[in-house]
Design a binder for this molecule. Structure first.
Ligand code: AHG
Ligand code: MN
Ligand code: MN
Length: 334
């Protein structure tokens, strides 16, 4: 075995180092991010076994512990909920898989500073066909006093109030990326030691890219502006030397992650069938808008900056246009 590589920074080391510089930091946010990393590792193990679920299912939909075999998104939901409930940083959660928010009612949680909103498994339609999926999360400082139960107003804050946001991609490798106001950093899971290691420090979204990501099947349901912009993307010598390349995985985490690294624009516009689009404001649009803006990009709902939208319901939907600053401006000018 070679010498230990001390250039490697793990997620926990990096986070503690970064947040130590803040005079008011209590370590609660580092704790919360560590908890998310732990749940992500557990979900990763199950995602990697997903192809086997059918075989196990043949045995009668009951696993070795005698429990019912749960859908992977419910499993993921329970993992993230579990670490946050038992950690020391989170007063309550909202999740795509839960009808309403949950305020944890033990003393430690009631005295915690943060609430967390998440989509435990995004792109879950891709699980059965071995295509990358992800987790998305968003962290807010609660507005209700410590010591009380977290309440609705803690969860319905505009995205500009996020303290941190992140995502995990379960892809050809598993990565966790998170942003605070100070920057966006990416960590790749080293399965041999079970640690997320800093692999993509200080991610910046290129100002222009050559990728546009949209569901073309809905083309005739989009507004004229969106249809015009798609045509701009397809034109030779448009803006940044088109035609651009169309890439659409159908897992927003993977699509937006790729565009963040390579440069590009991702759109989930309103359609005639879905006038508010498909994606959820609180745990899909807001976290990615925050991450993208910190990385130098832009995110809007077609009319307004996503992070300025005042949410009114936990599961509300929003159209989303997000990505490289130059391409977003090109869209806005169309
Ligand atoms: P989820 O699996 O959490 O329901 O979300 C899937 C989302 C998103 O990840 C993706 O970009 C979008 O649905 C794809 O939708 P279309 O198939 O309508 O294009
Ligand atoms: Mn989703
Ligand atoms: Mn989901």
């Amino acid at each position: 075995m070679g010498p230990v590589n001390r250039n490697i920074l793990t997620l926990d080391e990096f986070t503690i180092q970064q947040l130590r510089d803040f005079p008011l930091a209590t370590g609660e946010l580092s704790g919360l991010l560590r908890d998310m990393g732990l749940a992500a590792k557990r979900v990763n193990v199950e995602v990697n076994k997903a192809g086997l679920v059918d075989i196990l299912g043949d045995l009668g939909r009951v696993n070795v512990q005698g429990e019912d075999v749960k859908k992977l998104d419910i499993f993921a939901n329970n993992q993230f909920m579990g670490v946050l409930q038992h950690g020391i940083s989170c007063a309550g959660i909202g999740s795509e898989e839960l009808d309403d928010y949950i305020s944890f009612d033990d003393e430690v949680s009631k005295n915690s500073k943060y609430v967390c909103l998440f989509d435990p498994l995004d792109g879950s339609g891709n699980i059965d066909v071995n295509v990358s999926i992800g987790t998305i999360f968003s962290v807010y400082r609660r507005v209700t006093p410590k010591g009380s139960l977290a309440a609705k107003e803690d969860f319905l804050q505009p995205g500009s109030k996020q303290v941190a946001a992140g995502y995990i991609v379960y892809g050809s490798s598993t990565m966790l990326v998170y942003a605070t106001r100070r920057g966006v950093n990416g960590f790749t899971l080293d399965p041999s030691i079970g640690e997320f290691c800093l692999s993509h420090p200080n991610i910046k979204c290129p100002e222009f890219g050559k990728i546009y990501s949209v569901n073309h099947g809905n083309f005739f349901q989009y507004s004229e502006k969106v249809r015009n912009y798609i045509t701009v993307c397809q034109k030779k010598n448009s803006g940044n030397g088109g035609p651009y390349t169309q890439r659409y995985i159908g897992s927003m985490v993977s699509d937006v992650h790729r565009n963040l690294i390579k440069g590009g624009i991702f759109m989930y516009p309103a359609t005639t069938d879905k006038p508010k689009g498909k994606l959820r404001l609180l745990y899909e649009c807001n976290p990615f808008a925050f991450i993208t803006e910190v990385a130098g990009g832009k995110a809007t709902n077609g009319e307004q900056r996503i992070l300025d939208v005042q949410p009114t319901a936990l599961h509300e939907r929003s159209p989303l246009f997000i990505g490289s600053k130059g391409m977003m401006e090109e869209f806005e000018m169309t």
